[in-house]
Unconditional design. Structure first.
Length: 437
RNA sequence: GUCCCCAUCGUCUAGCCUGGUCCAGGACAAGAGCUUUUCAAGCUCUCGACACCGGUUCAAAUCCGGUUGGGGACGCCA
């Protein structure tokens, strides 16, 4: 039985890198019908916080990574101390007193005597890696406050939880020899190791706030779909082959194998994430999409929670669906359907409202009012008839009208905009720009 | 500084293990055009890479060595 674990520390939010590690562990477990174990590494009691814990668990759930077992290291201190004492008794470790600034003793730490030897691991992704432990300093096992040090707790837990495959970031490669010698000292069986390449920021180097590494919860707030984010993460250092880009998680479970993960670090590219999110958004059922968008519209006070026309919102969603990169884009781009006071963007005004269209606007308003049927085709027909009578090209009027109605130079087709805005609102917005003579 | 990892278009990657089918394929981005109603949608096209040097071989992106470049780790943080 394959058993893998994801071991976050609640000293910060779940970031892109961590969620990719979680994803590959989860995928491997699901693809091999094994167990995915969550281990909360909350040994640093002063830095661990409940809010981070909640954020991490929420994010994992949101991404769809369900776990089979969960453990908290803070509840297992006795176990680590027991193993620490054992190494002490066997003469493989020693105690060292720690003093505070007044040279008063604070407590005794248990420190491992690192034996000098060559350690070879056979990494599932990197192949053979050899280390010389003579360059490694003696390692703290149990700190003077009684809490375990990272590498020790990690080894004790991985063995105790019968983890078969340790899948973690590349940045842990140098921890591996330290852990291997601990397994040997304790007489425990070694797991397999697989070190995933890191995800780098735009300018190379670690993903940071500056380079775009925000928390998973931030991507959620920005309007990305969990399935799209997972799809994007999947494409970093792994490929489904056959020139596939869009792949759902069920299919990924079938195709994934840890051996196919490549060794090269990948750069996080928000542009491709946007494209993938757009693909998921446009393939979504419009009603379902509308239901996801409605809370955002309520939040912006564009509609009221207890009284809104769902069908109308669905119609508007269909108008924008193919263009959305994120859920939030909708409220930004379709705002003119919900807000009455339209203030054109500066550039739009300069480009398309640089002359007086009073006569044309008034004429068009009259045409609209006179329309027997108010539907997209009739609106367009009325408009085209008018411009042909005025003997001007359609676009010389289409753009100014769009700017007056929406405040923007881009958007869906003008006649659809007018249809969904309705006669009255269209007229009102046109009239605002008609100068009294 | 010491140790470790990595190296195909700007970015993500296919190909590498099992040399020839690769003057290197796809996607994102970018640029151009079409769509004469805009584009942030759609369609078409273009640009663009095997880091470098040497070796092995009839043949190297693929195997080997070195150089350079990038990244990571060296906490009583995890």
């Amino acid at each position: 039985m394959i058993r893998v674990r994801f071991a976050p520390s609640p000293t910060g939010n779940l970031h892109i890198g961590g969620s990719r590690t979680a994803l590959f562990n989860w995928l491997y477990a699901r693809s091999k019908k094994g167990k995915f174990i969550l281990r909360i590494e909350d040994t640093d009691t002063s830095r661990s916080e409940q809010k981070y814990m909640d954020e991490i668990l929420d994010s994992l759930k949101w991404l769809g990574f369900d776990w089979d077992e969960v453990y908290y290291q803070s509840r297992r201190f006795d176990l680590y101390r027991k193993f620490g004492r054992r190494l002490l008794e066997e003469g493989k470790a020693y105690e060292e007193e720690l003093f505070d600034e007044n040279k008063q003793p604070k407590g005794k730490a248990i420190i491992f005597k690192v034996p000098a030897e060559k350690v070879k691991i056979n990494d599932l992704i990197h192949g053979e890696i050899e280390f010389d432990t003579s360059v490694i300093k003696d390692q703290v096992l149990i700190k003077s406050d009684g809490t375990p040090a990272y590498n020790f707790a990690c080894v004790v837990d991985d063995a105790d939880m019968q983890i078969t495959h340790v899948i973690r970031g590349d940045d842990h490669i140098s921890n591996t020899p330290k852990q291997v010698i601990l397994y040997k000292a304790l007489g425990l069986a070694l797991p397999e190791f697989a070190h995933l390449p890191l995800i780098l920021g735009r300018e190379g180097g670690r993903l940071s706030k500056r380079t775009g590494a925000t928390a998973i919860s931030d991507y959620r707030k920005m309007g990305y779909l969990p399935a799209a984010l997972v799809n994007y993460l999947l494409l970093l250092s792994w490929s489904p082959g056959a020139n596939r880009e869009l792949i759902d998680i069920k299919e990924a479970i079938e195709l994934f194998d840890i051996k196919d993960v490549n060794k090269t670090a990948a750069t996080f590219d928000i542009a491709k994430l946007n494209w993938i999110n757009n693909q998921y958004l446009k393939n979504m059922d419009a009603q379902e999409l509308a239901d996801r968008l409605i809370p955002l519209l309520i939040e912006k006070k564009y509609i009221s929670a207890d009284n809104f026309d769902r069908d109308y919102v669905i119609s508007l969603v269909k108008l924008f669906q193919a263009r959305l990169s994120t859920l939030n884009d909708f409220a930004d781009w379709a705002d003119f359907f919900f807000v009455e006071d339209i203030i054109p963007q500066e550039q739009a005004r300069e480009k398309f409202l640089n002359q007086d269209f009073s006569r044309e606007f008034r004429l068009f308003a009259e045409r609209l009012a006179a329309l027997e049927q108010f539907d997209v085709a009739s609106i367009e027909q009325g408009f085209r008839q008018m411009v042909s009578e005025l003997n001007i090209p359609a676009k010389t009027l289409i753009h100014p009208i769009r700017v007056v109605l929406t405040g923007k130079t881009i958007g869906p087709g003008l006649f659809e905009i007018i249809y969904y805005l309705g006669k009255e609102r269209t007229k009102k917005r046109l009239m605002k720009w008609i100068k009294r003579s």
